[in-house]
Design a protein around this ligand. Structure first.
Ligand SMILES: *Cc1c(COP(=O)(O)O)cnc(C)c1O
Length: 304
C-alpha cells in the first residue's frame, strides 16, 4: 500500500460562539478504503506483503454493515490479495445479496463464511481454528485493531492538526482513539465518542496508547448500530447546513454529541476543536434499507 498523494482538507464548521470547530476529512483518503480503516490496515498489509507470501490471503471479521469488511475487500482487490470475511449472523447466508456492504465486498472478490452470533462472540477459538486451517494467511482482528493499526493512525495527525486543543473521534474497537492519544501533542486533549456500549473500552484504549490524555464519552444511543430518528435528523440537517455527509453508526453520533457538549458549555472560550471524519459512508444504503422497512425517516445522500 502506498500513501495517496492528496492533502486532506480541514474544514471549518462555523459556530455562533467564541469556539472554533473544524473537521478533518479523513474520509477522502481513498474512495473505497475509507477514513481510519485505511490507516489501520496500512502497516498490517505492508508488513504481511513484505514476507512475500506465496498466495497472499487475508481473513477478517465483521457484521453485515461493517466498514472494515468493505475496506478489507477493496484492499484485497487493490493489492491482489485473496480475502475471506467471517460474517456475524448465519441468517445472512442466503440473502447477503440484498445487503449493500456484503454485495460490494463480494464484487471485490471476498469470500464469506457466515457464523452464528454465539460462534462470533467466541472469536478466540474461531481465530485459532482459522490459523490451523490457513497457516499462511494474515488474520486481522475485528475492526482491524492491533498495535500496527494504532501505529497507522499517526498519519491522521500532522502539522495542520497541532494547533487544536481537542481532537475528537468516534470509537468502535478503540484503535483509532488509541492512536490519536498516542501521537497527540502534549497540550492536546483527546475525546472519543463511544458508538459501542462497552465499559471495558477505557482499559483497552489505555493498553494501546499508554497515555491518559483521552476521555471517552457515551454516544451510542443505547447500543452499537442503533439509529434513532434524532440521529437521522441531525445528519440530514448537518448535510444541509454544512454540505458534509455523515453516517449513522459513528460520525453522526460523534458530531451530534460534540454539538451537545458545546451546548452544555463543556468547552472553554476560545477552544479549538478538531473532529476527524473517519469515513464509513458505504454503510448508508444498508442503513436506509433497514429504516425504510421500518417506515422511518431516511438519511439523505449528498448528490455527487
Ligand atoms: C471503524 C470506524 C470507527 C471506529 O474505529 P475504531 O478504531 O474501531 O474505534 C469510527 N468511524 C468509522 C466511520 C469507522 O468505520
Amino acid at each position: 500500500m502506498t500513501i495517496p498523494e492528496i492533502s486532506i482538507p480541514i474544514t471549518e464548521i462555523p459556530l455562533e460562539k467564541n469556539i472554533k470547530l473544524f473537521i478533518k476529512r479523513e474520509d477522502l483518503i481513498h474512495p473505497d478504503i475509507s477514513g481510519n480503516k485505511f490507516w489501520k490496515l496500512y502497516y498490517n498489509i505492508n508488513q504481511y506483503l513484505q514476507q512475500r507470501p506465496e498466495n497472499p490471503f487475508m481473513i477478517t471479521f465483521g457484521g453485515a454493515f461493517s466498514n472494515h469488511i468493505a475496506a478489507v475487500s477493496a484492499l484485497g482487490k487493490d493489492q491482489g490479495i485473496k480475502t475471506l470475511g467471517i460474517i456475524r449472523g448465519d441468517e445472512l447466508q442466503d440473502r447477503w445479496q440484498d445487503n449493500p456492504t456484503l454485495a460490494f465486498a463480494h464484487s471485490n472478490g471476498m469470500a464469506f463464511r457466515f457464523v452464528t452470533r454465539a460462534e462470533y462472540r467466541n472469536k478466540e477459538s474461531l481465530t485459532e481454528n482459522l490459523h490451523k486451517e490457513f497457516p499462511d494467511a494474515s488474520i486481522i482482528p475485528e475492526g482491524g485493531t492491533n498495535i500496527l493499526a494504532v501505529k497507522g493512525i499517526q498519519h491522521m495527525l500532522n502539522e495542520g492538526t497541532k494547533s487544536f486543543d481537542y481532537l475528537c473521534t468516534a470509537v468502535g474497537t478503540g484503535g483509532t482513539v488509541a492512536g490519536i492519544s498516542k501521537f497527540a501533542e502534549e497540550h492536546q486533549q483527546v475525546l472519543g465518542f463511544k458508538a459501542v456500549n462497552d465499559p471495558t473500552l477505557e482499559d483497552e484504549v489505555f493498553k494501546l496508547s499508554e497515555r491518559k490524555n483521552f476521555k471517552l464519552i457515551e454516544a451510542h444511543d443505547g447500543s452499537y448500530g442503533k439509529i434513532t430518528d434524532e440521529n437521522v435528523r441531525f445528519i440530514n440537517n448537518f448535510l444541509e447546513y454544512y454540505g458534509i455527509q455523515l453516517e449513522p453508526m459513528y460520525t453522526g453520533k460523534m458530531m451530534r454529541n460534540i454539538f451537545r457538549l458545546l451546548e452544555d458549555g463543556f468547552f472553554p472560550e476560545n477552544a479549538r476543536i478538531l473532529a476527524f471524519h473517519t469515513g464509513g459512508l458505504q454503510g448508508i444504503p444498508g442503513a436506509n434499507r433497514m429504516l425504510d422497512e421500518q417506515n422511518r425517516p431516511l438519511i439523505k445522500l449528498m448528490k455527487s
